[in-house]
Write a protein that binds this ligand. Structure first.
Ligand code: ZN
Ligand code: ZN
Length: 405
């Protein structure tokens, strides 16, 4: 069975870490710690598990950070190598599993929590917060915070992986694959919007207009009473999409401090070194990038006592002085929960299926690639922002002839 595999190769991994920060174009080349392999088909890991045939599998920013060696070594005990990446998946169930007959089209909640690991629920899982599960390295499944980072389960960038019933959400027939593959990132965005705890008419700043930023914008408009939402966009096409998705104002990274100052009538101060900051500012700033610059921007434009949400995987440290001096709340937003959203009586995944069905997403999947063309796919995903592509995905449908390629 064909799969893309991320394998341990210390020299290459280190090379990717060194090179990745400067020359992203090389990542898809010889230094990438990724390779196309032919593996044995995975077997269900126990009762409640089924094989799944992926149809489309997205490329996430966290996948790119992992391939580039930009994610923190903090993650190293939370994954098991080698693994097949791919946690944004729409696919078909192969085996009869509980209430799901073979052929059921599903989307994957990738978190490998207590239920999937055959364990009694931990204190987080018992409340539906499987995103906060403490048991993601134990039980009968190898360590892995999610499918796509675990050696036993396989992942979406392949012809087949295995999943536990608790991870699978059947989807309506009328939801096309190209929308369904967005459900997992939309669920993360719904969760980030929840974690922002936006009060009535709150002023919100979204730093970044890639997939995370744009989807969080959609979720804020759909599920919160946010007032003014300013979006920081690097690229023209991202700015257009941000306007379409409900931004009040879209600004470039160079304009953001001035724009927030005007909108919130704050006072701007400029230190001897580093960017300007505000006394006053937005109520909530959401970092949807995870770079040092994006997090600094969020920390420097939020009012005293305000909230900074980490919606993008942070890959670099920022200057935390404003968090101390302005007494900011810094909250993480990882994955999604099984709890009801904003009085909707729907889980984040159900809310995300609703968004995927109803939102004016247009051609959000801007390009699809087959597995052998993975270098082009990764390259495209790395420059998706400037090319105006929201999501790049692998297409695993109907080309079985490649199986032995
Ligand atoms: Zn992701
Ligand atoms: Zn748990």
């Amino acid at each position: 069975m064909q799969a893309l595999e991320l394998y341990r190769s210390v020299p290459r991994y280190v090379a990717a870490r060194v090179v990745g920060s400067r020359l992203p174009g090389l990542l898809a080349g010889p230094v990438a710690p990724l390779r196309l392999v032919t593996n044995d088909e995975p077997r269900p890991l126990g009762p409640g598990w089924t094989r799944v045939r992926p149809r489309l599998a997205g490329i996430c920013g966290s996948d790119l950070a992992t391939i580039a060696g930009r994610s923190s070594f903090y993650f190293s005990p939370l994954v098991s190598l080698p693994f097949v990446p791919g946690h944004e998946v729409v696919g078909e169930v192969i085996d009869d599993v509980d209430d799901l007959p073979p052929g059921t089209r599903v989307v994957l909640d990738p978190i490998l929590a207590c239920a999937a690991r055959g364990l009694d629920p931990c204190s987080a899982c018992v409340t539906g917060r499987h995103d906060r599960c403490d048991h993601i390295t134990v039980g009968h499944v190898s360590p892995g915070l999610q499918t796509g980072y675990c050696a036993d389960t396989g992942g979406g960038w392949s012809r087949m992986f295995v999943a536990h019933r608790s991870q699978l959400h059947p989807i309506p027939d009328e939801l096309p694959d190209e929308r369904a593959v967005l459900v997992e990132p939309l669920a993360c965005a719904v969760h980030a919007a929840e974690r922002a705890q936006v009060d009535d008419t709150a002023d919100v700043l979204l730093v970044g207009a890639g997939t995370v930023g744009l989807f969080t914008l959609l979720a804020l408009r759909a599920f919160t009473p946010a007032g003014r939402i300013t979006v920081v966009a690097k690229h023209r096409r991202q700015a257009e999409l941000a306007r379409r998705f409900g931004a009040t104002e879209v600004v470039s990274p160079g304009e953001v401090v001035g724009a927030v100052r005007r909108a919130t009538r704050a006072l701007r101060l400029d230190p001897e070194r580093g960017g300007g900051f505000l006394l006053g500012g937005v109520d909530v700033a959401i970092d949807c990038v995870g770079s040092r610059t994006s997090l600094d921007t969020a920390l420097r434009t939020v009012r005293s006592g305000g909230r900074v949400v980490l919606a993008g995987l942070p890959t670099e440290g920022a200057d935390l002085t404003p968090a101390w001096f302005r007494e900011l709340e810094i909250v993480g937003a990882y994955a999604s929960t099984a709890n009801p959203v904003g009085g909707l009586h729907a889980s984040t995944f159900d809310a995300a299926v609703g968004l995927a069905t109803d939102a004016a997403l247009g051609d959000a999947v801007g390009a699809t690639y087959r597995l052998p063309a993975w270098r082009e796919a990764i390259d495209h995903a790395l420059s998706a922002g400037s090319l105006g592509t929201i999501k790049v995905a692998f297409d695993l449908r109907d080309h079985r002839g490649e199986e032995d390629a």
